[in-house]
Write a protein that binds this ligand. Structure first.
Ligand SMILES: Cc1cc2nc3c(=O)[nH]c(=O)nc-3n(C[C@H](O)[C@H](O)[C@H](O)COP(=O)(O)OP(=O)(O)OC[C@H]3O[C@@H](n4cnc5c(N)ncnc54)[C@H](O)[C@@H]3O)c2cc1C
Length: 422
């Protein structure tokens, strides 16, 4: 019998497997994608804002060091626009020696996580979908589509916001389909940006522009799903022209680089994060709306919160699926995520409301924010997570304690995604 069976080898599932196996536990990792899709993940358009704390956790796992530093892009500042106005609220880093944040492509994180986990003994990889899961007081039994069976002391669902494991275990989730889709793609532009991230709550659409190299950015467009189908089906040249127009030519002509990717905007929050010999992590527990760019960051923290408890119990020879342990994990992760989940829903509501009073409220909010420098400094501090004396993560048992990386990041409002309408 395995110690832990993890369903889903996304970035969160792989990092959890790496943490547990690194501490000597016997782990089964079940993934429906083919092995070659996992070992050489292709770009998926997502540029992730990784918080300083998350980067620290990735570093303790040996993952951060595997991300090519020349493909980590700093955010010098951020600007928030409302409607057609040229006025923007600018947020500069609290500490001028550190950028406000950095962007990293999702496929590079996944590649680094896979490369690190695949060199660790103690992970048994299964490339198949979960077919059925049952748990009782003794163990969890998982049947896979390819006929294999896995038994484990604990099953962990890390299989996305639409988690099949969660559904089969009878755990309900709040789901909010925003009726909007988000398109992400890289664009070259004529004029250089000033390394600012833009979040632009325009009328009828939400746009973001995330700076990469000086004439290259990640464009993020959020639209009602029907309009998105039209936009995303345009041939490359027409799409480039359409984006130049949507971004009001502010950086000159734009040329799409590579493929555009479209994601539905669905937020989820599981009603329970644990059950009998079961725990939920990553998007399976909390699937954030991307506007606050915390989905991945919450996910990495969920695996850390669970791994810390599991490794501790394992090393003491205790039951790793004991109810008090699982309840403690659930309580900690819920407390850490519920306020921002709710705040995100409120932000989405305000910034996607097309009624005149909401537009005025947004405009007044940005003007007030610009005048109140303590407010902007506070915001910058939250974005960069550079509060003085902030402690790094407690090292996982069995893993080295490493300092936080020098420059990172994050994001409250800008980073991967904007959104507007709900
Ligand atoms: C456009 C965009 C921008 C974003 N930007 C940011 C950002 O700036 N900052 C941030 O923190 N977050 C961001 N996010 C969110 C972030 O990408 C997710 O939170 C993160 O990928 C979740 O990781 P995960 O491992 O939990 O789940 P996933 O990445 O969804 O992985 C789940 C895995 O489970 C597998 N799986 C599913 N079902 C089964 C099954 N039945 N059997 C076996 N395997 C299964 C899947 O194949 C997949 O590999 C963004 C998201 C989007 C869409």
């Amino acid at each position: 019998m395995k110690d832990v069976a993890i369903v889903g080898a996304g970035p969160v599932g792989i990092c959890l497997a790496r943490a547990l196996a690194g501490a000597g536990m016997d782990v089964a990792l079940i993934e429906r994608a083919r092995q070659d899709q996992l070992s050489t993940p292709q770009p998926d358009g997502r540029e992730i804002a990784v918080t300083r704390a998350s980067a620290g956790l990735l570093e303790t796992l040996g993952v951060w060091q595997r991300i090519p530093q020349q493909q980590v892009y700093p955010l010098a500042s951020a600007r928030i626009f409302n409607g057609a106005s040229q006025f923007s609220m600018k947020v500069d880093p609290h500490d001028p020696d550190h950028p406000l944040g950095v962007m990293v492509s999702n496929h590079l994180i996944r590649q680094a996580a896979y490369d690190e986990a695949s060199r660790i003994d103690g992970i048994e990889w299964h490339f198949s979908s979960l077919k059925q899961i049952d748990t009782d007081a003794q163990c969890a039994r998982l049947r896979l589509e390819n006929g294999e069976e896995v038994t484990a002391r604990l099953a962990v669902a890390a299989d996305s916001r639409f988690s099949e494991t969660r559904r089969q275990m009878g755990i309900a989730a709040r789901m909010r389909d925003n009726g909007r889709s988000m398109m992400v793609c890289r664009v070259h532009h004529e004029r250089a940006h000033d390394q600012s991230a833009w979040e632009w709550f325009d009328h009828g659409q939400t746009l973001a522009l995330l700076p990469l190299t000086s004439h290259l950015s990640s464009a993020v467009v959020t639209l009602p799903s029907r309009q998105m189908a039209e936009l995303s089906s345009l041939p490359s040249e027409e799409l480039s022209a359409a984006l130049t127009q949507r971004y009001a030519n502010r950086l000159g002509a734009m040329t799409v680089d590579g493929e555009a990717h479209v994601y539905p905007l669905v937020s989820t929050y599981a009603e329970r994060f644990v059950g009998t010999r079961l725990a939920l992590v990553g998007d399976a527990a909390v699937g954030m709306h991307p506007v606050t760019a915390h989905g991945f960051n919450f996910g990495i923290h969920s695996q850390y919160r669970l791994a810390r408890r599991l490794i501790d119990a394992y090393q003491q020879g205790k039951d790793i699926a004991a109810p008090p342990l699982l309840v403690g994990y659930e309580r900690e992760h819920r407390l850490a995520t519920w306020p921002l989940y709710q705040a995100t829903q409120a932000i989405v509501g305000l910034y996607t409301d097309e009624r005149p009073h909401a537009r005025i409220l947004r405009h007044l909010g940005l003007r007030a924010g610009e005048r109140l420098s303590p407010a902007r400094h506070w915001l910058a501090q939250q974005l960069a997570q550079t509060a003085p004396n902030r402690a790094g993560p407690t090292p996982l048992p069995g893993l080295p304690s490493l300092p936080l990386p020098p420059a990172p990041f994050p994001s409250l409002l800008f980073s991967g995604a904007p959104s507007r309408q709900q």
